[in-house]
Write a protein that binds this ligand. Sequence first.
Ligand SMILES: Cc1cc2nc3c(=O)[nH]c(=O)nc-3n(C[C@H](O)[C@H](O)[C@H](O)COP(=O)(O)OP(=O)(O)OC[C@H]3O[C@@H](n4cnc5c(N)ncnc54)[C@H](O)[C@@H]3O)c2cc1C
Length: 410
Amino acid sequence: MKLTKREVLEAMATVPLAASCVSTAGPGSADTIVVGAGVFGAWTAEMLRRTGRKVELVDAWGPAHARASSGGESRLTRAGYGTSRRYSEMAAESLEEWKRLSRDQDLALFHDAGVLVFFDQENEYATGSYETMRALNLRTERIEPGALRARWPQIDWSGVKFALLEPDFGALMARRSVATLVEQFIRNGGTYRKAAILPPKGGKKLEALETAAGETLQAGEFVFACGPWLAKLFPDVIGARLFVTRQEIFFFRPPAGDLRFGMPAMPGWIDFFADQVMYGFPDLENRGFKVANDVHGPIVDPDTSDRLVDPASLAQVRAYMGRRFPGLMDAPLSETRVCQYENSSSGDLLIDRHPQWSNTLLVGMGSGHGFKLGPGVGKAAARLLESPSAAPEPIFTLATKAETQDRAVH
Ligand SMILES: Cc1cc2nc3c(=O)[nH]c(=O)nc-3n(C[C@H](O)[C@H](O)[C@H](O)COP(=O)(O)OP(=O)(O)OC[C@H]3O[C@@H](n4cnc5c(N)ncnc54)[C@H](O)[C@@H]3O)c2cc1C
């Protein structure tokens, strides 16, 4: 039965069943319950649905809601990851899924703006990115300062030694992409429930979940993709291995009628200088020219952290803009957002079995770069559930996640 868009949206707004009842996923019981409808949970649910399973996706607030890490306007997608070939491959493989999802939409989910990465020195990250992308047949171009000045005169290239352009990558419309994916998942037979899951309790394996409303949800297998809330559900297992940091985002309005800061004149960009990393987007869909500092902010709680930007951060961003994008020096702010990264110690993702419950997966730690990888994460998670004897990939294991931060992945 094909659901109408309205029926799908109504399903996404479902309220919990009456307290104290055992519920099943729609007409039959769910094989698998995925908790968390951010980018990781939504793609994991979709990849599991494609294997023929009955999958129920559960979220306390809804797909890519405003306080979720996936709830922002836009996210960069790129394949340059230094020498980390696995992430480059995952980004490329994921991009194909994003493009497929975007293809049939009235409003694009993926904008092929390209991504330009600025470097102030030769380093292993730049060389590794270039060589890995070429080895994977992903288009990349090294551009020297003269050519940078000629192609993008709206940028002040002082201090930039060279840049790498990834012309086939660009920007994902984050919140809309996750909402669209969940809509398609439901349309294709997956089920969705709005419910808050309590920290799970199990013996040899996990048998069921309890919700805050008093329901019991049963399934054979479980996935927890709870983003910055993962440590709240698993204080003993995850606990201090998750670092949730406050991140601030600024949108600036370009001068009236000025085409220099939108597509196609402006790509997505990342600026590595000294020990700083700033990044941003062209004026996508007329929301404004987005700029953010990628350096980790203070540790916060995703439930209680305020969502007001610090005036000192705005001053810092404005000073940077004045240097790098002089045409936007006095541009008025059009919008701000405060979000959180959910970091692992190194920046590597978590896609692993629960140490005690072999029927339960823990998925998360996107660490400020995970959004683009959503389809690949879903595929890797589905593989672990589909093949009980399959070993998790070493970089994604819980065992490699430490309790002190030493960021290695950008
Ligand atoms: C400002 C910012 C910029 C970023 N930029 C980029 C970028 O340019 N490129 C890139 O690739 N990545 C980027 N990232 C990283 C990426 O967006 C995140 O890593 C990714 O969105 C995390 O997704 P998630 O599904 O793990 O978490 P979330 O999106 O937070 O989803 C977790 C979900 O779990 C639900 N949940 C939690 N607890 C419970 C419970 N008890 N019961 C039921 N539901 C529960 C929540 O409601 C939430 O919806 C950025 C992140 C931020 C914050």
